[in-house]
Write a protein that binds this ligand. Structure first.
Ligand SMILES: NC(=O)c1ccc[n+]([C@@H]2O[C@H](COP(=O)([O-])OP(=O)(O)OC[C@H]3O[C@@H](n4cnc5c(N)ncnc54)[C@H](OP(=O)(O)O)[C@@H]3O)[C@@H](O)[C@H]2O)c1
Length: 305
């Protein structure tokens, strides 16, 4: 079997690629674009001819499509490019999958919901507040239409863990607190933080069980971003007094945020008899594991999600 991971230089794709390399005798192929890394193939997903050639060369049995413009604020600012990366490339990959009966695994988000009454189940209606969420809805719909029986849509949220670019909320917070920087954190956005190692494990368990359709894979605890930040500081022994709670509407974030967000995972528990860890446990596992990536010097300047 050949597993193709797009976005293998990112948080989700990188972790999944590592799990596939470590745990499986199958062939794992990973792609990057602006952040090359050892063992990864450079592939610009907007270049449809190159993607088609790549697909023909490797003939993957499963594509884990983790490449995306993942920042809601970037999507709001660069709408045309965001649509091309997050929707058009997904449609192209789905069409290639249909031709040779390849399973497409796609990562979506709780930002498809409006945040009026989270956490949300797989059956709740989508009503995105921002462009990133709208694009996820469009991509999900296209995948369901092109590959009605051969897709796995995994919705997840507030992912934390080690990554080479150091840009997720937890890594960014650890870095800033380590440098004694004060940081404003919203206390009115609630969600269900998800340890990236659990997301990779959950993805592979869903594949192993031949699950298809939509699944929520997220941590079990509902917390505000501020509580999550305090938990990070506590586990990593950092100064929590530098974390300042703030209302979302004072933060000047470009994209609107769903406030009462997060994902319910009953379907995951029922079908796999397994759930991701709560955030304290996940953060402790992250600390014990240590950072497997070499950090770029400039990661301090990457915006936190
Ligand atoms: N992080 C979260 O909290 C979160 C929550 C819910 C859902 N998700 C979804 O999960 C998926 C993975 O997110 P992530 O956090 O792992 O994102 P990420 O760390 O920002 O990684 C994005 C990846 O996409 C690649 N990429 C971007 N534009 C590309 C292009 N034009 N051609 C080829 N590759 C391109 C990047 O490659 P280079 O860096 O090498 O250019 C990188 O490997 C996304 O669909 C995201 O929306 C994430």
């Amino acid at each position: 079997m050949t597993h193709l991971v797009t976005g293998a230089s990112g948080l989700v794709g990188g972790t999944l690629y590592r799990h596939l390399k470590n745990n499986s005798s199958d062939n794992a192929v990973g792609t990057s674009y602006r952040h090359p890394a050892e063992g990864l193939h450079s592939l610009e997903l907007l270049n449809t001819d190159l993607v088609t050639q790549f697909f023909k060369k490797f003939h993957p049995d499963i594509i884990f499509h983790a490449a995306a413009m993942g920042s809601a604020d970037q999507c709001e600012k660069n709408q045309s490019l965001a649509r091309s990366i997050n929707v058009e490339t997904t449609i192209h990959l789905a069409q290639l999958c249909r031709n040779i009966n390849t399973l497409l695994v796609f990562y979506s988000s709780d930002y498809i919901f409006n945040g009026a009454s989270g956490p949300y189940s797989e059956e709740d209606p989508a009503a995105p507040l921002n462009y990133y969420g709208q694009l996820k809805v469009l991509a999900e719909e296209a995948i369901r239409q092109i590959l009605p029986d051969n897709h796995l849509i995994i919705r997840t949220t507030v992912i934390y863990g080690w990554e080479s670019q150091g840009k997720n909320f937890a890594m960014s917070l650890i870095n800033r607190l380590s440098h004694q920087e004060k940081i404003l954190v919203p206390n009115d956005q609630t969600g269900t933080p998800t340890f990236v190692e659990d997301l990779a494990q959950g993805t592979l368990k869903l594949i192993e069980k031949k699950c298809r359709g939509i699944y929520h894979v997220a941590g079990p605890g509902l917390v505000s971003r501020y509580q999550f930040a305090l938990e990070i500081a506590s586990v990593f022994g950092l100064n929590e007094r530098l974390i300042v709670p703030s209302a979302t509407n004072k933060l000047g974030q470009i994209a609107r945020r769903p406030l009462s967000a997060g994902l319910k995972t009953e379907k995951l528990r029922r079908d796999l008899n397994w759930l991701p860890q709560g955030c304290r446990q996940g953060l402790q596992a992250m600390k014990t594991m240590g950072n497997p990536y070499i950090i770029k010097k400039d990661f301090l300047h990457e915006p936190a999600r």
